[in-house]
Ligand binder design. Structure first.
Ligand SMILES: Nc1ncnc2c1ncn2[C@@H]1O[C@H](COP(=O)(O)OP(=O)(O)OP(=O)(O)O)[C@@H](O)[C@H]1O
Ligand SMILES: [Mg+2]
Length: 580
């Protein structure tokens, strides 16, 4: 689908917006443009100078050595200035392109990080990563090497024709008359090349998607000994890619020699007519030689033009996708950061107010998808300092309750109140600081254990070790030589499942929220360690509101109240039954 859109149309709005990213680099762009002009003028002046030398110094009555010396010097200056201008242009535009790439990536991540979980959950991670990496890279390539060369190629081609006519109108006309077939071939080729390029892109992304999914799921493949089947599928995918690549090469393999052929034909025609005009005395030899050089200069850019168009169009397709992502707003409305929204501005809630950290669900209805209710009118109160346990069947909505308390989703109807205030009336950053969960599926980043606990906040070692003591992570740290600085691999895969859970525990203890949610937090920890944690937790839970979610009743014996979730909330009349 993405491929269908790709390279289809020139979209002026997208181009305008892309070019607007050049604004902070307008000085660089201005100097690069000036350098480009110098480059083009020097390139076009070289044949004119050669013509001048031949006609005025070599073929004149007497060969003028001093004139030749002067022209050679001028030629040298032209070549050096072309070299220098080319360097300045490439350097400045690459600088701008790298800067734009960084700006876009930072913008994209900042934007994505602010979106709601329901939005992020609906987008495949791969496609978001592709936006931030590949698409941005194509855009940057467009700025670095295409935008200027494309302009350069056009100007050179027009410049060549202008110089041809300046040197000799008759021979200029003959040359231009040979061009229509070349132009037609180029247009046809552009269409073919675009199609071939699109096919290759589609197949490349299919191979990439296949690889990333299979490699991350390789364990499942190995457990069921399905390596051969995966190999076969990959073989098939690669076969498709091979075909697409050969198709693309075929198009180029036909086009390049065709253009060479036509450039040779044009040269022959110009030579033929030029010789005739020379015989007739209307054309000097210098002009004829200059023509031959200029014609080569005309055909060179023509060969590159199609490729550059393709890159430009794919940059536009990339731009379209990047801007679409940047323009999508699907945030949880935050009254704290946007004083001008409908709900008005909300001040930070007072943690120590009379109701403090009491958490209350009031007739809450919620569904992830329309017509598939997960919570149907649930009401309970976790008083300040109380521990409420939720037990129940898989899929009955326990994690959902935790998600609503931290406002990762908003209720469909009813209210969630923290300290007597609707959570929608509390600034999000404040709410998330006060309500924190040890999630069911622990997520660890690659980096040190310390980084994974602090998540960028400042904590002293004493604070971290005290938290580790409560969570019983301490004995694990003691066994590791690097302790807190032990480096975790991606996803924390060099630790056991239970040890990962202990880190998540320590994380939330260190961050010290006033409402603590433990979602199956001890599920993969052995019962002995769990008992030890329970002892540590008693102290921790005694002065804060807590929701403890568990499958096993044994884990929640000490709770003040236990909520039992029924098997299927969609069929249940009441979503939860509160036991005392
Ligand atoms: N992001 C989501 N999008 C759509 N449906 C979801 C989403 N998350 C959960 N659900 C559905 O909502 C229901 C409740 O899920 P929830 O995660 O709250 O169950 P749970 O009680 O925590 O189960 P478990 O004991 O297995 O952790 C399930 O039927 C699930 O399929
Ligand atoms: Mg759950």
């Amino acid at each position: 689908m993405q491929g269908e859109q790709e390279l289809k149309k020139y979209n002026p709005a997208v181009m305008k917006r892309l070019v607007s990213y050049l604004k902070p680099y307008r000085v660089q762009a201005a100097f690069a443009s000036a350098a480009l002009l110098v480059l083009i003028v020097s390139e076009l002046l070289v044949p004119v100078l050669i013509q001048h030398s031949i006609d005025n110094h070599i073929l004149s009555e007497t060969v003028s050595v001093s004139g030749l010396k002067k022209d050679s010097l001028q030629l040298l200056i032209l070549l050096i200035s072309a070299l220098f201008a080319s360097f300045v242009q490439v350097y400045l535009m690459s600088w701008a392109a790298q800067g734009i790439m960084k700006t876009l990536r930072v913008q994209l991540l900042a934007h994505t990080a602010g979106q709601s979980l329901s939005y992020l959950g609906s987008k495949p991670v791969g496609s978001l990563v592709t936006r931030i990496t590949n698409d941005v890279e194509t855009i940057s390539e467009f700025f670095a090497s295409v935008i200027m060369t494309l302009i350069q190629n056009f100007l050179v081609m027009f410049g060549v024709i202008a110089v041809l006519f300046y040197l000799d109108v008759k021979l200029g006309t003959v040359t231009v008359l040979t061009l229509p077939p070349v132009i037609i071939i180029t247009l046809v080729f552009r269409k073919r090349a675009r199609k071939a390029y699109r096919r290759v892109r589609e197949k490349v992304s299919a191979v990439n998607a296949f690889l990333s999914e299979r490699i991350s799921g390789m364990k499942v493949v190995q457990v069921f000994a399905r390596e051969a089947a995966v190999q076969k599928m990959f073989d098939h995918q690669n076969g498709n890619l091979l075909q697409a690549n050969i198709g693309e090469m075929y198009v180029f393999a036909v086009f390049r020699p065709l253009i060479s052929l036509f450039s040779t034909v044009t040269l022959a025609v110009v030579l033929y007519f030029g010789a005739g005009f020379h015989e007739g005395g209307g054309l000097t030899l210098g002009v004829l030689i200059a023509f031959l050089d200029l014609i080569k200069k005309f055909f060179q850019p023509l060969q590159q033009l199609s490729e550059q168009f393709t890159i430009m169009q794919s940059a536009m397709a990339g731009g379209e996708r990047v801007f679409e992502l940047l323009d999508t707003e699907d945030r949880i409305p935050d009254c704290g950061s946007r004083p001008d929204t409908e709900s008005g501005w909300c001040p930070e809630a007072d943690d120590d107010g009379p109701a403090g950290s009491e958490l209350r669900f009031e007739d809450v209805h919620f569904s992830y998808k329309e017509d598939e209710p997960v919570l149907k009118g649930i009401t309970f109160t976790a008083g300040r300092g109380e521990t409420i346990a939720i037990v129940g069947y898989t899929g009955s909505g326990k994690t959902t309750i935790a998600n609503l308390a931290a406002r990762f989703w908003d209720v469909d109807s009813g209210r969630v109140l923290l300290g007597g205030r609707d959570v929608r009336q509390i600034p999000l950053s404040g709410l998330r600081r006060r309500v924190q969960a040890v999630a069911q599926d622990v997520f660890l980043f690659s980096g040190t254990i310390r980084d994974n606990i602090t998540l960028g906040r400042d904590f002293s070692d004493e604070q971290l070790l005290a938290a580790a003591e409560t969570s019983r992570l301490k004995p694990v740290l003691d066994k590791l030589e690097a302790g807190l600085d032990y480096v975790l691999t991606e996803g924390g895969s060099n630790l056991s499942g239970g040890q990962r859970q202990l880190i998540a525990f320590t994380r939330v203890i260190a961050h010290n929220p006033s409402v603590l949610i433990l979602d199956e937090a001890t599920a993969s920890i052995d019962s002995e360690t769990e008992k030890l944690i329970q002892a540590g937790l008693e102290n921790l839970l005694s002065n804060r509101t807590a929701i403890v979610i568990a499958h096993r009743l044994s884990t929640v014996r000490d709770a003040d109240r236990i909520i039992v979730r029924k098997r299927d909330p969609r069929r249940a009349d009441e979503a939860g039954r509160v036991l005392l």
